[in-house]
Design a protein around this ligand. Structure first.
Ligand code: CAA
Length: 703
């Protein structure tokens, strides 16, 4: 008896139920079981039609991602072969799609001649997020079902399409009245097909998927979209596969798809993106916290401070339907904050992402207040006031007085010691850091800072809540800057120093964006504000500034009032959003280098890469060694979701593993020696990096 599927014959129908929890991933054992069942149904003359369904409701989330990159991925029966066999059965197949059909799951459904979903069904081809393309016929069968353009959009975006829209587009033929009746309605559908002597497969609506599109449609599409794709491989391969669907007969197209899929699967980008997929799931598992820990209920939230950060944080909750009390000290600041939130929602309405009604619904969830007494019954408070210890401690003393027992008290500090903040309360176990990134309603990263005394259920609650808000929560221990900003510091320092030594801001940024980072260091500082960066640096100068050149260029620009984009000048000069190199910055760097007796020279791109990236990586490894980060993959998630590090490089730790840890260590040692006193001061290899290389390890892990 095979436990991966259920198989029943009812009158003239065979029912094949996929039963591989949690998501019916189509790994080799399940594929073999499905093939076995399909052959049984094919051979049974009593069976006139077949229904394939998820035995536990959910249909399938696609191929088993953990098989990719190994022999199991194409081990017989491989998915394309299995699905081809299904298309050749001479009996109608009905896919009864409960909850989800993603990737290979949707391809399985497309191999069936008929598809019925339930009202909440979602279908999609999200392979692009894994650096892949649909590899089991999706790139060939979907364009023939819905046309080349919508199929291309679906594959390139990876979006999940809801039931109604899937029905309208023809991906579903029917919708059941409810999830509970799906299987019964699928049975009835199959019987109708038998009675009506329907063909095993209906003819595809778009046998020539590009018919009706301009002749140069695909070429134009490529030209328009390539700049956005940067160096990503998968979108280009998707396009090639769709091109094949438009030009080749089905069989040849299918063969081309397999070749393209194998190319993608073997790529470093896909390997990195698969790492990110599993990293995201790992991040929710915290050693020492029992998965059965019961989270505290979060029904009502308060945010203190109606500035940009507080406003953005509040919007997250309103978006999730959770009421928020927004507290300010002055009525004027409160009004300004609420008006800004309305304005932000208004932009979404203009862009068609929100309706007026939704805007009003969200605003109705926000209540302004000037009185701490209004916070007496909230379940969670997030403080987002000025970044100064005394001010934050004063807020927490007050919260300790007014909040009900068991309320979670969170600080949105980006660098301050959460334990010192917790210490002013009589309930440090309820205090935690929730570090949102600006703009807080957009950025996906949420650093969850666990204080020394933070209770396990407080951590579990905030992790769960973060996911409810659509964030990527990552746990960090307490240290200056937590994971993200602490790693940012040496990276920014090195970029500054390189400009003093002879590089230009544009050259440094160009090397980083050449790696597909969203922004280089200097564009980022100009956007965030040179003043903001200066103030953080200035308040911690004693801890970092051991040499006179330390971020000197940034200090001087601050003194000159060149605060970045908002003043029209920073490391670059701006006309609107257009950035230009500014010779004054080069002249300033030359002058400062002279004062510091730094010889200027031509700096090559490789040196920029190694100095900026190796310092970033080194700090990450040190954080892991200190236990601030729980695992290397958590660090990757912080940099991908908070700092624009390309996910197709897998994050800085994964990138280091790809470069080779020995190469990183050799590079750091090289610059330690080559850069004289400066090198001696800053280029100290993290002891864990040295231990890993000495032990011949390829992966970054605590040892
Ligand atoms: N393969 C292997 N494992 C998978 C998986 C898959 N396709 N989809 C989910 N899982 C695993 C997760 O790793 C997780 O495992 P752990 O509990 O051990 O961490 C478990 O299933 C539950 O997943 P989530 O925690 O993500 O649960 P969720 O309810 O939040 O989300 C989901 C469910 C929407 C299906 C989400 O997991 C998801 O998006 N999965 C990936 C879907 C996908 O990309 N499919 C395409 C695969 S590639 C393909 O099919 C290629 C092809 O053309 C042949």
């Amino acid at each position: 008896m095979n436990t991966l599927i259920t198989y029943q014959v009812e009158d003239n129908l065979a029912l094949i139920g996929l039963a591989r929890p949690p998501v019916n991933a189509l790994g080799q054992p399940l594929r073999a079981a499905v093939l076995d069942a399909a052959e049984r149904a094919a051979a049974d003359s009593q069976v006139k039609a077949v229904v394939i369904h998820g035995a536990n409701g959910l249909f399938s989330a696609g191929a088993d991602i953990s098989e990719f990159g190994g022999d199991a991925s194409f081990a017989a029966p491989d998915l394309p072969g299995l699905l081809l066999r299904l298309t050749r059965l001479d009996k109608p197949l009905v896919a009864a799609i409960g909850k989800l059909a993603l990737g290979g799951g949707l391809e399985l459904a497309l191999a069936c001649g008929y598809r019925i979903g339930e009202p909440g069904t979602r279908v999609g081809l999200p392979e692009i997020n894994l650096g892949l393309l649909p590899g089991a016929g999706g790139t060939q069968r979907l364009p023939r079902l819905i046309g080349a353009k919508p199929a291309l959009d679906m594959m390139l975006s990876g979006v999940q399409v809801g039931a109604e829209s899937a029905l309208a587009q023809g991906m579903l033929d029917r919708l059941s009245a409810s999830a509970e009746t799906l299987l019964d309605e699928a049975r009835a559908y199959a019987r109708e097909l038998v009675t009506g002597e329907a063909p095993a497969r209906p003819a595809p609506p778009f046998p020539e998927p590009a018919k009706g599109l301009p002749e140069d449609f695909l070429a134009r599409f490529r030209e328009e979209n390539e700049p956005r794709w940067k160096s990503r491989l998968a979108p280009r391969l998707v396009l090639s596969a769709v091109e094949a669907a438009c030009l080749l007969p089905l069989e040849e197209g299918l063969a081309r798809e397999v070749a393209l899929f194998k190319h993608a699967e073997a790529s470093r980008q896909s390997e990195a993106l698969r790492h990110v997929f599993f990293a995201e799931r790992e991040a929710g598992k915290v050693p020492g916290i029992d998965p059965s820990t019961v989270p505290r209920p979060i029904g009502k939230v308060a945010v203190i401070g109606a500035g940009t950060m507080g406003g953005g944080i509040s919007m997250n909750f309103a978006n999730a339907g959770i009421p928020v009390t927004l507290l300010e000290r002055q009525g004027e600041a409160l009004d300004r904050g609420l008006a800004q939130i309305r304005h932000n929602y208004g932009i979404s309405v203009k862009r068609g992402k929100l309706t007026e009604t939704q805007l009003e619904q969200r605003m109705a969830l926000l209540t302004g207040s000037l009185d701490y007494a209004d916070l007496a019954d909230v379940d969670l408070v997030i403080e987002a006031v000025f970044e100064k210890m005394e001010i934050k401690q004063e807020v927490f003393r007050t919260l300790d007085r007014v909040c009900k027992p068991g309320a979670i008290l969170a600080t949105n500090t980006s660098s301050l010691d959460v334990d010192q903040i917790a210490a002013v309360t009589a309930r440090p176990q309820d205090v935690i850091g929730l570090h949102f990134f600006s703009p807080a309603n957009v950025m996906r990263l949420l650093e969850v800072v666990r204080g020394r005394k933070t209770a396990p259920d407080v951590l579990a609650t905030t992790l769960k809540m973060g996911r409810t808000l659509g964030k990527m929560p990552v746990v960090s221990g307490v240290c200056f800057g937590f994971i993200g900003n602490r790693m940012l510091e040496p990276y920014v320092r090195e970029a500054h120093r390189l400009v003093l030594e002879g590089a230009t801001p544009d050259q440094v940024d160009g090397v980083l964006t050449g790696l597909d980072l969203n922004m280089g260091v200097f564009s980022m500082l100009d956007l965030a504000g040179i003043d903001v960066n200066f103030l953080v640096r200035d308040s911690n100068r004693a801890a970092f500034a051991h040499d006179d050149s330390y971020c000197r260029l940034g200090d001087e620009l601050y003194a000159l009032g060149r605060h970045g984009q908002k003043t029209g000048r920073g490391f670059y000069a701006y006309e609107g959003r257009n950035r230009q190199d500014d010779y004054e910055v080069v002249a300033l760097a030359e002058r400062l280098a002279g004062e510091l007796h730094l010889p200027r020279r031509r700096i090559d791109d490789a040196e920029i890469h190694d100095r900026c990236l190796f310092m970033l990586i080194n700090e990450g490894i040190q954080l892991l060694d200190e236990g601030i980060a729980l695992r290397a993959s958590d660090i990757d998630l912080v940099w991908i979701n908070g700092y624009g590090f390309p996910s197709h490089l897998g994050g800085p730790m994964h990138y280091a593993e790809h470069l080779g840890l020995d190469k990183v260590l050799t590079g750091i040692r090289h610059y330690r020696q080559a850069l004289g006193d400066y090198g001696e001061m800053w280029f100290t290899p993290a002891p864990l990096l040295e231990r890993l290389v000495a032990a011949g390890k390829q992966r970054i892990e605590p040892i």
